[in-house]
Ligand binder design. Structure first.
Ligand code: NAP
Length: 336
């Protein structure tokens, strides 16, 4: 397993991170995965065995159960790993049980530490932008958590370009801690990130952590043009299809991934993950698995390397739409 620096920090993480959204199976997450403690112990042990040292969860996944299961599955291996979780989503019925206020972040952090059974979080991420709380309040609170030793680094997730750049500028202007990573949706059927956020992360030296790199299971080859969706898969249930993309383009990408996978004696899922591992600013791809077979397949994603020609072909097939001002800026008219 290759290791990479976490953004511009001095710590190294595995280029594959194990996401634990399939642990617990409560509420919204029921259809995503019902991995119980025994199942999670096995998945976590397999990941550690393969050299994974980076694990991602969130306070909201299965209403905190994912954090509890992960903490127990790690046990005394906790000290060897880089543990990431998130705050922002609703965790209770009260008016202050969500968001990025000082109150909710402090309470959220203490609750996550308790559930994870640890006294520090390596990477504490805000799950998305909070349009109500001033970024100054959020960043000041997160900085306090770092100074108190409860958190080592901070990151953000699901931010628009202007929101992330504003946050980084506020940190710099006020001597506050800066986000070191952006966790964002990025897959071969969703490359919108490349328009603004990838260049921003390269410029500001943030590491990108792609979530749902297989578009929730679509990019595995088990969904085929004109065929019935496979029973029991998350994407087969309409309520779990929250990732939208052009399916015609998606099937063309799968056809190409199949050829590439065959040439490298790999699987379609591995090829889809391998592509993301070659993209600029990506630090670690967050994989998801419902069972040991899926995990063992995905863990091999970095064991081989796609050729430049294969990447160029996939780039062409999955090109993101050319939105303004990008088409104007690319026209060369502003060249100097
Ligand atoms: N920050 C955020 O807002 C956010 C949002 C989403 C996810 N995340 C993070 O990203 C992680 C990964 O997300 P994800 O689970 O959506 O990733 P994904 O890789 O897009 O989808 C994983 C799902 O695809 C199917 N699958 C995976 N490997 C397979 C294989 N080799 N063969 C066949 N099917 C396979 C399984 O679902 P089925 O068996 O049901 O098909 C599995 O649960 C999460 O655990 C979480 O940590 C973060």
């Amino acid at each position: 397993m290759n290791l990479r620096f976490l953004g511009n920090t001095g710590i190294k993480v595995s280029e594959i991170c194990l996401g634990t959204m399939t642990f617990g199976g409560q509420g919204f997450w029921e259809n995503i995965g019902k991995v119980d403690q025994q199942g999670a112990n096995k998945l976590v042990a397999m990941a550690l065995e393969a050299g994974v040292n980076f694990f991602d969860t969130a306070d909201v996944y299965s209403q905190g159960i994912s954090e509890e299961i992960l903490g127990k599955a790690l046990g005394d291996r906790r000290k060897d790993i880089i543990l990431a979780t998130k705050v922002r989503g609703r965790t209770g019925p009260g008016p202050n049980d969500l968001g990025l206020s000082r109150r909710h972040i402090i309470e959220g952090c203490n609750a996550s530490l308790r559930r994870l059974g640890t006294d520090y979080i390596d990477l504490y991420q805000v799950h998305s932008f909070d349009p109500v709380t001033p970024l100054e309040e959020t960043l000041d609170t997160l900085s306090d958590l770092i100074h108190q030793g409860k958190v080592r680094y901070i990151g953000c997730s699901n931010f628009a370009g202007w929101q992330l750049m504003k946050a980084l500028a506020i940190s710099t202007a006020n001597g506050l801690e800066r986000f070191v990573t952006l966790q964002a949706y990025y897959s071969l059927v969703g490359r919108d990130l490349e328009l603004d956020l990838v260049p921003l992360c390269q410029d500001q030296k943030l590491g990108i952590l792609p979530w749902s790199p297989l578009a929730g299971g679509f990019l595995t080859g088990k969904f085929r043009r004109g065929q019935k969706p496979p029973a029991g898969a998350r994407r087969s249930a309409s309520e779990s299809q929250f990732i939208k993309f052009d399916e015609n383009m998606g099937y063309a990408v799968i056809d190409e991934l199949e050829k590439i996978a065959e040439a490298h004696n790999a699987s379609i899922a591995q090829a889809a993950l391998n592509y993301l591992l070659r993209k600029p600013a990506v630090t670690s791809v967050i994989i998801g698995a419902r069972n040991p077979d899926q995990l063992s397949d995905n863990l091999k994603a970095g064991d081989w390397e796609m050729t430049t020609e294969e990447i160029a072909c996939l780039d062409e097939l999955s090109k993101p739409p050319r939105l303004y001002p990008h088409w104007f800026l690319e026209s060369g008219r502003q060249n100097r």
